[in-house]
Design a protein around this ligand. Sequence first.
Ligand code: BV8
Length: 252
Amino acid sequence: MSAKFPPQLIEVVRAAAQIAVLTGAGISAESGVPTFRQAQSGLWAQYDPQELATPQAFQRNPPLVWEWYAWRRTLVEQVQPNPGHFALAEMARRGPGLTLITQNIDGLHQKAGSPNVIELHGSIRRVKCFSEDQPVEQWAETGEIPPRCPRCGGLLRPDVVWFNENLPPQALQAAITAAKTCDLFFSIGTSGLVNPAASLPYYALERDKPVVEINPEPTPLTEYVSYSIQGPSGIVLPALVESAWPQVKAPG
Ligand code: BV8
C-alpha cells in the first residue's frame, strides 16, 4: 500500500516517546482467526459467544465450554501472525516506549516477536483450576472432559477472563498506567464494546493526547479520535511503519 498518511500523523508517530497500543480481535482477522462476534462456524454457530464466555455457562455445562475453547485453541495453533502483528513488533524495535495491550487470547503478538505483551483477557494457551484459580501446566488425560486439577481434583478451565469476571489486576493497572502516561495511543481492530478495555483510549483523550484508530468500520470511539484510518490493520500498519521510518522495510 503506497500509503498517503497525513504528514502530521507521521510527525506525531516519529515524535512520540511513549506509545500505548490496544488491540482487539480484528488484528488477528487476517491470520484467519474469526473475531469474537463473527458468527461461530459449524457446531458453534448455534451459540452466542458472549453467553458461552461466562463462569455461569461453564458451571452449567463444563464439557461444552471446555470443548469450545479446545476447538478455538486448535484453530489458533494452526495460524500465523500477519503483517499487522509483525509491524507492531517492528514498532517496538524502533522505540523503547511502546506498551502493547491486547484483548486477544491467541498469543499471536508474542509469536510475532512483540515483547512484554499485556494480556487483559488471559490466554487460550494457558489452563487453570476452576476451584483454586491457579495455573495448571500438566494433568492426567483420563478421557474425562474437562480434565481435573492434579492438586485438588477440581475442574480445569481455560486461563481467560470471562464476562462478569475481573481482569488480572496487574495487567489492568499496567494498561491504565500506559494509557495515562503515553504521548500517543493506538486503538487497533477493536469494536470498543467490552469494558474496561474499551475505556483505555479515553485516558489519553482526556489528556488531549492524539489517539489513532485503525479499524475497517466506525466504532463508539471513532468520533473522538484524532486520526481514524478505516482499513485492515494487516495493510495499514506495515504501511504506517514504512512511512514513519522509511529506511525500514516493514516485515511480513
Ligand atoms: C469486568 C476472553 C468487573 C474470552 C473476552 C462497564 C459498562 C458496561 C459493561 C461493563 C462495564 N464493566 C464491565 C462490564 C461487563 C462486561 C462488558 O463489557 N460487557 C459489554 C459487552 C457490555 N465486561 C466484563 O465482564 C469484564 N469484566 O469488567 O470485571 C466485573 C466483575 C463482575 C461483574 C461485572 C463486572 C470482562 C470482559 C472480558 C470478556 N472476555 N474475551 C474469550 O475470548 O472467549 S471479551 C471478547 O470480546 C474479546 O476478548 C474482545 O475483547 C471482545 C470483543 O470481541 P470482538 O468483537 O470479536 O472483537 P473486537 O471487539 O475486538 O471487534 C473486532 C473488530 O475488528 C471490529 O470492530 C471489526 O470491524 C474489526 N476488524 C475486522 N477485521 C479487521 C478488523 N480490524 C482490523 N483489521 C482487520 N482486518
